[in-house]
Design a protein around this ligand. Structure first.
Ligand code: ZN
Length: 494
C-alpha cells in the first residue's frame, strides 16, 4: 500500500517540509521488540480450550482477532450479484473448500455486516451465530481433523466500508459516484465476503460477479468468461496462484482495457476508468520494462498476469492487489509521469514482496513496505544511476533524522499505526544499509533467495534475517536489531 501523505518521491524528498509529513494523529512509539527465533505462526497456533472449537483468531501478535484457527482454506468461489451499483445492494454466495487442522464442532469465518441467509457444510444445513466480524458455524456433524470440507455461505445486503484499527481511512468495499472499488488491507475483505481473513491462510480463488449494464468488472487473475444475460453481464475470473484475502479485489465502473505483453513475456492488462483523462496512462507506459527489470533483480515475475487499475476517484492510496494494483486518481500526476512511476514501481515490487511472499504476522509489515519503498529507489537507480540512488539514501536519512518522531522503528509498529512512515522509509533504508554492508552481489542474491524460498507462502523478519546471514556469510543480528528495533536511527554504513 502507498498513501497519499507518504508520497515522498525521490525528486521532492529533500524539498518536503515537516508539515507535509505530519499524520492526522501523532503515532505512538511502540516498545522495541527483540529479535527472537520464534517459529512462524501457523493457522493452528491459536488453540482453544475445547479441542474441537476452532479459534476465533489465527494468533496474530498485533491483531489477535484477525483470521481464524482450526482449518486451512484451500479455495474460495465468490459469486456476487450486484443488483444496483449506486446503492451496491447485492446477493453473495461464497463457497470455501478447506481442510480441518483439528476436529471441529464449530469454527469461524470473518464477515462484516449483511444478513446471512443460509449456511451449509458438506451440503447439510448448518447453524450459525454472529458476533461483530465473527461468523461462527456449527456443522451438523463434527468435522474430523484432516478432512476436507465445503462451506457455503449465502448472504445479502449493502456492504459497509469499515474503519480498521490499523488505519485512519475507510477500507473494504467502497461505493463512489462512478462505481465501486475495493481497498482491503489489512482486514477489509470481510466487508464483501466471508473468509479466513489473514495472510497466513492463502487460497486459490474464483471470482464471479454479475453487474447491470453498462458497468464492467475488474478483478484479480484471468478473465475466463464474460456472459451476456440481457440486462446484466457476468464476469468470471480465476486466480490460480495462492492469494491472501486482503489482496482480493472487485471493482466496478466503465473501463477502458489496454492489453500488452512485456518483452520478457508477462501479459499485462490495465483497466482505466473510461471517464478519466488519457493523460493518466502515461505513468504506466513503462510497466512492461519495469516488470522485466524487477524480474532480473528479484527472480521471475511470480504470477500469470499483471496490470494496473485506475479509478476516477481521489481516495489517497494505491494498493498492490495481487495481479491488479489499484491507484487512486490522486496517486498519479499526469503532468509528472516520472514521479508517478515511483508509485507504479512501489505496487509492482509488492507483487514479489507482499503478495507472493506474504507476512506471517502483521507486525512484520516492513517486509512489504520497506521492500516496496526500496523498489522505488531501485527503479530510480535503473533510470538515473548510482548518484540518484545515493541522493535518495542521503535525503531520506536526513529527513528521518530531522523528523524522528514520525518514524517508528520499522520492525515493531503499533497496532493502531501499522503503516507508520518508519515502516516505509526506514524499512527501505534498512535494505539499502544491508546492501552497503554485504555488497551488491550478496544483496541481490539475498533478495532472490528470499523471494524464491518463500514464494506463494509466508515469511517472518527472522526468516529474512536467516536468509541474509546464510547468503552473505555474515552475522547480522546486531545490524537488524539496530535498524529494525532500536529507537535511534543507526548511521548509514560507508
Ligand atoms: Zn506499499
Amino acid at each position: 500500500m502507498k498513501q497519499k501523505f507518504f508520497f515522498l518521491s525521490l525528486f521532492v524528498l529533500t524539498a518536503l517540509s515537516c508539515q507535509t509529513l505530519i499524520p492526522s494523529s501523532a503515532p505512538t512509539q511502540p516498545a522495541p521488540v527483540p529479535i527472537s527465533t520464534n517459529t512462524p505462526l501457523k493457522p493452528t497456533a491459536a488453540a482453544s480450550l475445547d479441542s474441537s472449537i476452532g479459534a476465533a483468531g489465527v494468533g496474530d501478535s498485533l491483531y489477535p482477532e484477525f483470521g481464524n484457527g482450526g482449518y486451512d482454506a484451500l479455495s474460495y468461489r465468490l459469486e456476487i450479484l450486484v443488483k444496483d451499483v449506486k446503492t451496491s445492494e447485492l446477493n453473495g454466495k461464497t463457497t470455501m473448500i478447506a481442510r480441518a487442522t483439528q476436529n471441529l464442532s464449530r469454527f469461524n469465518l470473518d464477515l462484516s455486516g449483511f444478513k446471512v441467509v443460509k449456511v451449509t457444510v458438506n451440503g447439510a444445513d448448518a447453524r450459525f451465530e454472529r458476533d461483530g466480524q465473527e461468523l461462527t458455524i456449527i456443522p451438523a456433524q463434527e468435522l474430523k481433523q484432516g478432512a476436507e470440507f465445503a462451506v457455503v455461505v449465502e448472504y445479502a445486503g449493502v456492504p459497509k466500508p469499515m474503519m480498521s484499527k490499523a488505519l485512519y481511512f475507510p477500507t473494504g468495499w467502497i461505493v463512489f459516484e462512478k462505481g465501486i472499488y475495493v481497498l482491503s488491507e489489512p482486514d477489509g475483505a470481510a466487508t464483501f465476503f466471508p473468509s479466513n481473513d489473514h495472510p497466513l491462510d492463502k487460497a486459490n480463488y474464483e471470482i464471479v460477479v454479475t453487474v447491470p449494464k453498462p458497468y464492467e468488472v475488474a478483478a484479480n487473475g484471468i478473465l475466463e468468461e464474460e456472459t451476456d444475460n440481457g440486462d446484466s453481464t457476468t464476469y468470471s475470473f480465476k486466480v490460480r496462484d495462492p492469494m491472501a484475502s486482503y489482496l482480493t479485489t472487485i471493482n466496478i465502473a466503465d473501463f477502458d482495457v489496454e492489453t500488452s505483453t512485456s518483452a520478457g513475456g508477462v501479459p499485462i492488462r490495465n483497466y482505466f476508468d473510461a471517464s478519466l483523462s488519457k493523460d493518466y496512462r502515461q505513468a504506466f507506459a513503462r510497466q512492461g520494462e519495469m516488470i522485466d527489470y524487477f524480474s532480473e533483480l528479484f527472480g521471475a515475475y511470480p504470477f500469470e498476469v499483471y496490470g494496473a487499475l485506475m479509478m476516477n476517484q481521489p481516495f489517497g492510496a494505491a494498493l498492490e492487489n495481487q495481479t491488479l494494483s489499484i491507484f487512486g486518481s490522486d496517486m498519479i500526476y499526469p503532468d509528472s509521469p516520472e514521479s508517478s512511476e515511483l508509485v507504479v514501481a512501489h505496487e509492482l515490487t509488492h507483487q514479489w514482496f507482499g503478495d507472493s511472499v506474504s507476512v506471517a504476522q502483521w507486525r512484520d509489515i516492513w517486509l512489504n513496505e520497506g521492500f516496496a519503498s526500496y523498489g522505488e529507489a531501485l527503479w530510480t537507480e535503473h533510470l538515473y544511476g548510482a548518484s540518484e540512488l545515493n541522493a535518495w539514501a542521503e535525503g531520506s536519512y536526513n529527513m528521518m533524522k530531522d523528523n524522528a518522531e514520525y518514524f517508528s522503528p520499522p520492525g515493531s509498529p503499533a497496532a493502531d499505526d501499522l503503516f507508520n512512515y518508519g515502516v516505509y522509509q526506514r524499512g527501505g533504508l534498512t535494505l539499502h544499509a544491508l546492501r552497503l554492508t554485504v555488497g551488491d552481489q550478496a544483496f541481490f542474491k539475498i533478495l532472490k533467495t528470499y523471494a524464491e524460498k518463500y514464494k506463494y507462502g509466508n515469511a517472518t523478519t527472522e526468516d529474512f534475517i536467516a536468509v541474509a546471514e546464510q547468503v552473505s556469510g555474515q552475522a547480522l543480528g546486531d545490524f537488524f536489531q539496530n535498524w529494525l528495533y532500536e529507537k535511534e536511527l543507526p548511521p548509514l554504513p560507508k
